[in-house]
Design a protein. Structure first.
Length: 354
């Protein structure tokens, strides 16, 4: 059993190698800190989280970072986001999200999980899932089949039908609101132009296409009028899907409503883009066709290329953010830059082949 995150990770496996970590994480690298068997304890780092794999469980802790669109800078904010993460992800996989944990400071100055001392950190406890059945792993192994795509469509069509909507959510579907999400990516990546992953020609082509599409205000209004702006997942792609005894979709966006309150087309486009990123265009086409049939959402196609471009650019941006995190080693940094470049090339393809 294992756990698959959405980024290229740095894996820490030996406590003596973890001197750069916060003290509570160093403490939790020891198997005796857990009330269950944890023979091998591994730490996985992303740009926003520290994820500990311990026995049959996963413990996820948010880093004290503030990127503007995401603010985990103080303990109360991290606690609130942990609570939201559990609540929102139980919509699609309640069996995985087991609850919140605390890391406490004990009288001897050490750290304990769910101890009686003052709380030093909050985290989320999850059940580990079989790594070989993670969708990303299955893609790498050439095991993803049409039947998996059809099962995904069934789960997602039902999820979006039940997902919350209403006027407060629908306002996030206007061209003006969507522009906030899309255009901030260009502001946040300006300083990376010409540094190996993103060149000026790509940047201008993608930004120009996005700005041009955002002028179609009536198209965005049609999506609002059709009831397609919902409380979605926000991060729907293969790294957050497990195809085990049933379809498990986890790790939705909890930290910012404007990334989760979106057009269903934006969610769907992320998974379609991910399939195309891995060269699975036929399965991507099947997913779109079956989803449109299941939901009667005939207007989705008009939005798809725009949102695929947006999602590919976001993935490139995150790769750049991860590469600049001092917690990652040089090999991980290089891999993230290379992957970011591939995402930016895909975003450019969407921009020029509209």
């Amino acid at each position: 059993m294992s756990y698959q995150r959405k980024l290229l990770w740095q894996r820490e496996t030996h406590p003596m190698a973890n001197d750069h970590l916060p003290p509570f994480l160093r403490a939790l690298m020891h198997p005796d800190r857990y009330d269950h068997p944890a023979a091998d304890v591994n730490l996985i780092q992303t740009h926003i989280s520290s994820v500990i794999l311990a026995g049959d469980y996963v413990y996820k802790f948010k880093k004290p970072v503030n990127f503007g669109f995401l603010d985990f800078s103080d303990l109360d904010k991290r606690r609130a986001c942990c609570e939201q993460e559990i609540l929102l992800n139980r919509r699609l996989c309640p069996e995985i999200y087991l609850g919140m944990v605390t890391v406490t400071v004990e009288p001897d100055g050490g750290f304990a999980l769910n101890g009686s001392g003052p709380v030093a950190e909050y985290g989320v406890k999850m059940a580990r899932m079989p790594e070989e059945l993670m969708m990303a792993q299955m893609i790498r192994g050439g095991q993803l089949q049409a039947s998996h795509i059809d099962a995904l469509v069934g789960v997602l069509a039902d999820f979006y039908q039940r997902a919350e909507n209403g006027s407060e959510i629908a306002r996030f579907g206007t061209a003006t609101a969507v522009a906030v999400n899309v255009l901030e990516n260009f502001d946040q990546t300006q300083s990376f132009i010409g540094q190996g992953a993103l060149d000026r020609t790509q940047f201008e082509a993608i930004a120009g296409y996005a700005r041009g599409f955002l002028k179609n205000e009536s198209l965005f209004q049609q999506r609002i009028d059709g009831g397609f702006i919902r409380d979605c997942h926000g991060d729907l792609y293969s790294a957050n899907i497990c195809l085990a005894d049933r379809v498990y979709i986890y790790d939705c966006i909890e930290f910012n409503q404007r990334f989760r309150y979106c057009d269903v087309a934006s969610d769907v486009a992320f998974l379609v883009m991910d399939l195309e990123f891995h060269g699975l265009d036929e399965l991507a086409g099947r997913f779109v066709d079956r989803f449109v049939q299941a939901t009667s959402d005939r207007g989705l196609q008009a939005m798809l290329n725009f949102y695929k471009c947006y999602r590919a650019y976001v993935r490139g941006k995150i790769g750049l953010f991860t590469a600049t995190d001092p917690a990652v080693d040089p090999a991980v940094r290089t891999a993230n830059i290379e992957q970011a470049a591939k995402y930016f090339r895909l975003a450019q393809r969407y921009a020029v082949c509209q």
